[in-house]
Design a binder for this molecule. Sequence first.
Ligand SMILES: [Zn+2]
Ligand SMILES: [Zn+2]
Length: 291
Amino acid sequence: MSTLIDLHSHSHNSSDARAANFSAYEMVEAAIRAGISIYSITDHCEVNRFFSEAHYGGRMSEYKYETYDNGLDFEKSMAENAECKIKIADEKKNIKFLSGVELGQATLDFGLSESIISDRRLDFTLASVHQLDGLDDFAFIKYNEYSDDDLFALCEKYFCEVKKLCAWGKFDVLGHMTYILRYIEGSAGRIVNINLFYEIIRECFKLLIHAGKGIEVNTSGLRQKYGKTLPDINVLKIYHDVGGKILTLGSDSHTPADVGKGISEASEMIKKIGFKWLVFYEKHEPHFINI
Ligand SMILES: [Zn+2]
Ligand SMILES: [Zn+2]
C-alpha cells in the first residue's frame, strides 16, 4: 500500500473544533489507527480575527460563532504541537507528525500574515480563503437569498481573492481551492457554472507554479453534501495541464473519526489524472513521495 498522508486537521485549538475538544495527541493517535504515515495539525489562524474583539471596535457581524483572538489560539496550537512532537518521539510512535497552520484571509493583512508564518515552530502553511471582507464566512451565508447573478458575482469575488492570495504566494500550499462550492452547491444545493471560472483558476495555478507553491486536495467534501474533493477532478486536471506537480492531501478533520477519511480515494483519483507524487512539508521544505 502506498504511503498515506493527511496534512489538514484541527484540534481543540481551532475555534470550530473547540466543542469537539480533541487534543493534538488524540488526533495523532487516530491518524496512527487510520494507517496514516505523515500527519499534520493545521489549526485555524484567521488573520482578520487575530486580535481581540475590542481591537476591531466590536463585533464584525451577527454570525453567532464569530471568534476573535486567533493569535492566542495560534500560540496554544504551536505550543501543543511542539509538546506532541516530543511525546511521539519519546513513545517511538510510527508516524511523522508535522506542525502546521491553516492561515485564513491572508489577503486582508499581508504584513500580519508574514509575521505569523515566520514562526519557527511551523513546518507547513496552508493558506485559505474562508471569508471576504465585509461578509460572513462562506459557511454561514444565506445563499438562497441570492439571485443567480448575485451568486455568480460572489463566486467571482471569491476567485479574485484567491488569485490575490496566489500572487502574494508566501505560504506553502493553497487550501481547498473552490471552497465556496462546498456551501453553494453542497449545503444550499444551488448550481454555479464553474466552467466560467476555469480561466481565473488556471491563472491562479500558474502563479502558484511560478512561485514553487502547491495546492491541497481536501477530502472533506466527500463526506459532506458536496460529494466531491475540493477542488474536484476537473479542476485538478487543469492543475495537471498547466504543469502543477505539488499536491498535498488533507481530510480537514475536526474529530478523530474523520482523520484519514477519503485519503486513499483521493490518492487513487490523483494517480489516474497523471500526477506522480504527493508532497509533505517539513520546515517548509517540500518532500516528494511516489504515489
Ligand atoms: Zn478551511
Ligand atoms: Zn480546515
